[in-house]
Design a binder for this molecule. Structure first.
Ligand code: 0WE
Length: 273
């Protein structure tokens, strides 16, 4: 696969279970940036469990990374879509609607804040930095949910990824914490709206994981060490463990669960000190 250096070994096709938890279901995954992405770990597991997957990627320079990944899970739909742009979201969903009459799920694993807003003091966040972080990291859930809804003719399940920095102050997470708080509140309001359409909306709050989103964040290595020392399970969470909870929420196993945030963090968030 595409290593961080970008060399392209051909990815082998994965094999799908015959009677997986998502057999016969179709969904779209937002937020695959590379093969380390939580969104990609989710996608692989959802595929193995029988799902058919569509993908979008944010910009041209990601295309050469996403295409081989999507091919390895036999995806019939890969489209460029900047979720910061309503016209692009509309276009992607109308193209998707030409391919599929119905979808069953959405995975939203999208966040962005300016690097300069993920260090120093939160009080210094600019209006533009605040707007950008909340637009990309929180509003996009509502934007894609609204367009997915007409395709969820048999009901559906929507899962987004969040982080503990929404609930408590995590050093340097800053405006992303405020954005994730808005995202988690959005999950509740969307869940309340869409229950009548048999659409569930939930979030998985993942412990810190080394992905592109964590790269270059000062003190990230120390955070991982702290979690390892303090978390009830005395280790960091693995990408596949996050994926397993996403799978659960998308599957019929979670048919009675909506508006929920499930922490997949080795227990870190239960600690008072
Ligand atoms: O939600 C996130 C990361 C989101 C993120 C990461 C970046 C890095 C590159 C959003 N925007 C950007 N913008 C960039 O330019 N996490 C849960 C991972 C994360 O990020 C942190 C963390 C943790 C944990 C930032 C500061 C402190 C802790």
């Amino acid at each position: 696969m595409t290593s961080p250096e970008g060399n392209t070994k051909v990815l082998e096709k994965r094999t799908q279970k015959k009677d997986g938890l998502l057999a016969g279901k179709r969904g779209i995954v937002f937020g695959v940036a590379n093969d380390h992405s939580l969104a990609w770990h989710c996608a692989k597991m959802l595929y193995d469990e029988g799902a058919e997957l569509a993908f979008t990627y944010q910009g041209e320079n990601l295309e050469r990374r996403i295409k081989p990944l999507a091919e390895s899970v036999n995806s019939p739909f890969v489209d460029m879509c900047d979720l910061g742009n309503d016209e692009q979201i509309d276009k992607s969903f109308s193209k998707l609607a030409e391919k599929w009459e119905t979808i069953d799920f959405v995975v939203h694993a999208v966040a962005f804040a300016n690097r300069e807003d993920l260090e120093g003091r939160f009080v210094d966040t600019s209006r533009d930095g605040f707007k950008l972080a909340l637009d990309v990291s929180a509003y996009t859930l509502t934007a894609v949910t609204r367009r997915a809804l007409p395709l969820m003719k048999n009901g559906g399940s929507i899962v987004t990824l969040t982080y503990y920095g929404a609930e408590k102050v995590v050093p340097n997470y800053n405006v992303m914490g405020v954005a994730k708080a808005a995202l988690e509140a959005s999950v509740q309001y969307l869940a309340a709206d869409l229950g009548q359409d048999k659409v569930r909306v939930n979030a998985v709050s993942a412990g810190p994981v080394k992905t592109l989103a964590a790269k270059g964040i000062s003190g990230f290595g120390e955070m991982l060490k702290l979690v390892e020392a303090k978390a009830p399970l005395r280790r960091n969470v693995q990408q596949d463990e996050v994926a397993k909870s996403v799978l659960y929420l998308l599957s019929d196993l979670a048919s009675g669960v909506t508006g929920e945030v499930i922490h997949v963090d080795c227990g870190y968030s239960i600690l008072g000190m």
